[in-house]
Ligand binder design. Structure first.
Ligand code: 13P
Length: 264
């Protein structure tokens, strides 16, 4: 497990169902002000707010500083899908990332691998970055099934996605047991071992070069104490953060620590 120096890091947050229009706007304004001096060459900063906040979020945060995404996306450009948001709608408001298959959608709202797969293919068709979230439950971990679950979620979620689509793919490893208030963060060694499985599966699917190029992010109780250790792992290219990023000052501190660590 070697430390990789000088790698580009992907740091972002999903604000879940917490911040409305006004809170998102003030959060983004502060985040842009605090991080405006940091070169984006080595940093891909992204925020995934609620749908209702996206349009004003884009006005508050220039794309050169922060990319925006939707927390979910329907699987067609348009159609009779009441309640869904299409890739065209996301692009129209300046969001070009689609977060797909988050554990809260899989395990609370019943989303299946097949549904996630349709969304991944649709995101690729419309040129969005698909941020595919995968992760095992506590029970699957206890039974020694974590790697099998990850391989299945990847192969099912990416079924039919060609090399072109894989160029815009990001994968977030978010063990279900690590996420949220009652979550326990994965150790850096455990996370790296799972990322290694994900990396191997991607190189199996897309070849060595393309598989290595897919950014792999860890998420689940990332905090100011564990962020640096995680980012130093060979196959961890980024961090997908919830609670610890929802205060712009706290997130800014993590971003600076992580950038310093990734730079060696
Ligand atoms: P927490 O960092 O709050 O555990 O949330 C992680 C997450 O769900 C990111 O999508």
């Amino acid at each position: 497990m070697t430390q990789v120096k000088g790698k580009k890091v992907y740091l972002g947050t999903n604000t879940k169902m917490y911040k409305g229009v006004a809170d998102t706007a003030s959060y983004l304004e502060e985040l842009c002000r605090l991080t405006g001096d940091l070169s984006r060459e080595a940093l891909e900063l992204f925020v995934i707010p609620s749908f209702t906040a996206l349009e004003s979020a884009r006005r508050c945060a220039p794309r050169e500083l922060v990319r925006l995404g939707g927390q979910n996306m329907g699987w067609a450009g348009e159609g009779p899908y009441t309640g869904e948001i299409s890739p065209k709608m996301l692009l129209e408001v300046g969001a070009d990332i689609a977060e797909l298959g988050h554990s809260e959608r899989r395990h609370v709202l019943g989303e299946t691998d097949e549904m996630v797969n349709r969304k991944v293919l649709c995101a690729a068709e419309y040129g969005l970055t698909a941020l595919l979230c995968i992760g095992e439950t506590a029970e699957e971990k206890a039974r020694g099934l974590a790697d099998e679950v990850l391989r299945t979620q990847l192969k099912a979620g990416l079924y039919g996605l060609g090399a072109g689509g894989a160029e815009r793919l990001w994968v977030a490893y978010e063990p279900v047991w690590a996420i949220g208030e009652h979550g326990v963060p994965a150790t850096k060694e455990y996370a790296e071992a799972r990322h290694d499985t994900i990396r191997r599966t991607l190189t199996e699917l897309y070849g060595e070069q393309a598989g290595q190029a897919v950014p792999l992010l860890y998420g689940g109780s990332v905090n100011p104490d564990n962020a640096v250790g995680l980012i130093r792992m060979e196959n961890i290219d980024g961090l997908f953060i919830g609670r610890s990023a929802w205060d712009a000052r706290k997130f800014n501190a993590i971003i600076r620590d992580v950038l310093a660590a990734a730079d060696g």
